[in-house]
Design a protein around this ligand. Structure first.
Ligand SMILES: Cc1ncc(COP(=O)(O)O)c(C=O)c1O
Length: 426
C-alpha cells in the first residue's frame, strides 16, 4: 500500500535573488494546454516543419551519421565548425552582408546568443534599450543578469527614433550598454524598421556610444514588399544574430552570431562555461542541408504557406473583430499584434479563451514590467491552416465581445467609471 508523501522544496530559500525576480514565459506555460486536440493555438511561434521534404532531411542526416560521423560525434571548437560558418557567411551574402568565418560564432539557436551576450556584457543595473513590446525570450535571457531594460515604442515603421533619442538624451552619452532590436517583422509586433530609421539608429548608436544587437530570425520570410538591408550591412560593428530555426528546423538548435572578432572573443569565453561547444552533429546536418539539398525551393514553400496563413488571419480579423480593436499588418514573419481597449485584461481573459478552444499570448509578457501591454495580445498565424485561423479568430472575437459587453454593463449600472477614452465615448 502506498502512502501519500508531502514533498517540501528544501532549496526554496536558497535560490539566487536574480532567479526569484525572473518571470516564466507564458508561451512555454501554454505549450501543455495548446496540445489539447480541441484547441486552436495562436500562441507559439512554431514553424511548420511538416513542410520540410523528408528526402532532404534524410540526406543531411545521413551525411552526419555516415560520411562525417568522426567529426559529428566528437567535441568541436567552442565557436563552431568552420565549414558550417562558411555556410552562414554564404547565407549572409544573400542578404547583403559580407563576412568571413572568423567573424562568425555558432550558437545553440539565437536564444543562446542572447544569453551569452547578456552574460558577457550586462552588470546589474545596466541600461539596455529595446523595442517595447519585444521578444520575451530576450527579456528572459537578459533578466538573469538584472539589467534596467528601457522600452521604446514602435509604429508601422518600427522603433520610434524620436522617442529613442528623447530617452538617450535623458540617460546621457555612454550610459546605455546596448540596444536590442528585431528590425524585420518584429516579434511580437510584426512591424519592420524602415531604411531611414535603420540609418538614424546607427547614427544614434555612434553619437550616444552603445552597440546594436540585430536579431533577425524572420528576415527571409517576407510575403510583400522588397528586402530591406540589415543593420549589419550598413555598419560592421553591429552584432547580428541569425538562426536556422524559422527557415529550416528549430529542433536542430543552431544559430550564429556575426560580430567583430574582439566581441566574439568575449562570447567564446562565457560559452566555454555554458556548454564547451555546440552540437557538432547538428552543425554537420545544417551544413549539408544548405549545400546538398534544394533548400531555396523549400524556403519558397514556407513563404507561400505562411503568406496564405497571414492573409487568412488578417481577413478573419477584419471579418470578426470589434471596431474597438486595432492590429498590425506584417509584411512577413509569424505575428500580428493586437491592441484592445485599455480596460480589457488579456491575461485574465486567456482562461476564458482556452475554454472556448483558442489560445494566444497575452501582451504583458513582452514588456520588462508586467504593468504594460495588459490590453494587448500576440497572435501567431504560422502554424494553423487558413480554415483553423478563421475559426480561431471567430472564437476569440466572441470572447472579446463578451468582455466588452460586461464592461459596458458595469458602466451603465454605475458600478464602475469609464476609464478609457473609448469607453467614455459610448
Ligand atoms: C526574435 C527572436 N529571437 C530569437 C528567437 C530564438 O530562436 P532560436 O530558436 O534560434 O533560439 C526567437 C524564437 O522565436 C525569436 O522570435
Amino acid at each position: 500500500m502506498s502512502s501519500a508523501h508531502i514533498i517540501f522544496d528544501k532549496t526554496g530559500d536558497k535560490v539566487a535573488h536574480r532567479v526569484i525576480k525572473m518571470r516564466t514565459s507564458a508561451v512555454r506555460d501554454l505549450f501543455a494546454a495548446a496540445s489539447r486536440s480541441d484547441i486552436i493555438s495562436l500562441s507559439g511561434g512554431m514553424p511548420d516543419v511538416s513542410l520540410l521534404p523528408p528526402s532532404a532531411i534524410k540526406k543531411a542526416m545521413r551525411a552526419a551519421a555516415e560520411d562525417d560521423r568522426a567529426v559529428a560525434l566528437q567535441y568541436g571548437s567552442t565557436d563552431g565548425r568552420v565549414e558550417t560558418k562558411q555556410v552562414f557567411c554564404d547565407l549572409m551574402r544573400d542578404i547583403g552582408v559580407r563576412c568571413k568565418p572568423a567573424e562568425v560564432m555558432i550558437t545553440s539557436g539565437a536564444q543562446e546568443a542572447l544569453d551569452l551576450i547578456a552574460k558577457a556584457f550586462i552588470d546589474p543595473g545596466d541600461i539596455i534599450l529595446a523595442e517595447g513590446p519585444t521578444y520575451l525570450g530576450a527579456l528572459q535571457a537578459f533578466s538573469a543578469y538584472e539589467p534596467d531594460v528601457r522600452c521604446i515604442p514602435f509604429d508601422h515603421e518600427g522603433m520610434r527614433m524620436d522617442l529613442l533619442e528623447a530617452e538617450l538624451e535623458k540617460i546621457g552619452k555612454g550610459k546605455a550598454k546596448f540596444l536590442y532590436t528585431i528590425p524585420n517583422f518584429q516579434n511580437p509586433g510584426g512591424v519592420t524598421m524602415s531604411p531611414a530609421r535603420r540609418k538614424r539608429l546607427l547614427e544614434l548608436a555612434e553619437a550616444y556610444d552603445f552597440f546594436v544587437v540585430e536579431d533577425d530570425p524572420y528576415g527571409r520570410l517576407r510575403y510583400d514588399g522588397g528586402h530591406v538591408k540589415p543593420l549589419r550591412a550598413l555598419n560592421d560593428q553591429v552584432v547580428y544574430l541569425g538562426t536556422v530555426s524559422k527557415v529550416f528546423a528549430p529542433g536542430l538548435r543552431t544559430g550564429w552570431v556575426v560580430a567583430p572578432k574582439s566581441f566574439l572573443a568575449k562570447l567564446n569565453l562565457v560559452k566555454q562555461g555554458t556548454d564547451l561547444c555546440g552540437s557538432a552533429f547538428n552543425q554537420v546536418v545544417v551544413q549539408h542541408y544548405f549545400t546538398d539539398t534544394p533548400w531555396q525551393k523549400t524556403l519558397q514553400k514556407f513563404v507561400d504557406t505562411y503568406k496564405t496563413r497571414r492573409d487568412a488571419m488578417l481577413a478573419a480579423l477584419e471579418k470578426y473583430f470589434p471596431p474597438e480593436a486595432t492590429w498590425t499588418h506584417p509584411e512577413g514573419g509569424f505575428f500580428v499584434w493586437v491592441t484592445l481597449p485599455d480596460y480589457v485584461d488579456t491575461g485574465s481573459m486567456l482562461s476564458v479563451a482556452l475554454d472556448k478552444g483558442v489560445t494566444y499570448t497575452p501582451g504583458d509578457g513582452f514588456f520588462p514590467n508586467a504593468s504594460a501591454g495588459q490590453n494587448c495580445m500576440r497572435l501567431a498565424f504560422c502554424f494553423e491552416s487558413p480554415e483553423n485561423l478563421d475559426e480561431a479568430i471567430r472564437r476569440l472575437a466572441a470572447v472579446i465581445e463578451d468582455q466588452l459587453e460586461l464592461y459596458r454593463a458595469f458602466i451603465e449600472a454605475g458600478a464602475i467609471k469609464a476609464t478609457s477614452p473609448e469607453a467614455a465615448q459610448r
